[in-house]
Design a protein around this ligand. Sequence first.
Ligand code: AMP
Ligand code: MG
Length: 403
Amino acid sequence: MSTASTGPLEVGEAWDRVAAHTAPLPAERVALAAAAGRIAAQDARSGVDLPPFDRSAMDGYAVRAADTHPPAALTIAGEVAAGEVAENELAPGTALGITTGAALPPGADAILRVEDARVADGAVTPAGALAPGFHVRYRGEDVARGDVLAPAGTALTVQRVTALASAGVGEVAVHRRPVVHVLATGTELLEPGAAPEPGRIHESNRLTLRLLAERAGAEVVVHPVVPDDPDATRVAVQAGLAGDVLAVSGGVSVGPHDHVKPALEACGVREAFWRVRLKPGKPLWFGRRDVTLVFGLPGNPLSAVACFLLFVGPALRRLQGERDAAPPYVPVRLAVPARPADGRTTLLTARLVRAPDGVLEATPTEGQGSHLTGALAASDAFVVIPHAAGELPAGTVADALLL
Ligand code: AMP
Ligand code: MG
């Protein structure tokens, strides 16, 4: 692990370092319903052939196709409904009433649809000749027992879970969910909803980080607010190192009351980097102790969100086994010119509107600042303006991070 804190890293370099420290968590077996949205840790295979037996695709009559050349009256020998199995072989010259999904009786090889059948005097006459296999769904024609329905490393989407349920699978191996501990430091911080007090502000980062981490698939443990005191910070950090990830907000800059970095060091967390050429989010700190990843996030609410979207969220996806998880950039088109601020890659809060040609068009909010939660509330995304870009004219395609 690199310990040298030189200048701020480029955003891409910082992500590469986070990714290099982030490996999938061990697997666990869970019920299919609990596996939805998670990542398969092993190939999930079908337990059966699908369909599991030859079955009717239609309501009608099971027949011997040869008996319909030419069409002739066939004696109705009874009925087999979905869920039942006909015991006896279908005798030549007879037909068996059958419902959609019922097993084809032995001896039958085609289905005469009700719409194509004329019934009179206990016999059914087909409107025309039938080819063998007509309206029969054959065993295994969709999926064979042992077929891979969700390869290791892929997401268990609703469509894959549906296929696995149909294939008789009740449980699958998925990567464990990361446990994320969330701390916020700052003597000035009041709990959400508390009565205002002079000189103090309402705290929002623990809630934001919890919601974003849960949305990214993590289990979250939220700790009490930590005052700006070296001992209190060290004790809180020690407690927060119990999970897979610790996200601490605030106190990671260079002020006299920023105690997070010394506390992390005292607890044996080794630095991978500190500071990114990013606005908002420059003071981001990242390191690791044993298997626990630690993110020291700047306290300003928009900085915390930006660093989550760029680094913490993708790391949580990788921990859950999503091998190629990375910052989730989507292309948007700038509605107005935009420029990076003071030599850093700049995330601008922006509204998104779909233009008449179908492309998402981004208009940055009037106010831009890492403390402007009002602007955040009015935004759909951050638009990313690379520091090397200079001013980008309206119409330029840029990356965005959806909020
Ligand atoms: P810091 O990173 O500790 O220097 O904090 C930067 C700014 O963010 C300061 O104005 C803090 O009051 C504010 N801040 C710190 N933590 C939080 C938090 N959890 N929620 C909202 N604002 C915060
Ligand atoms: Mg602070």
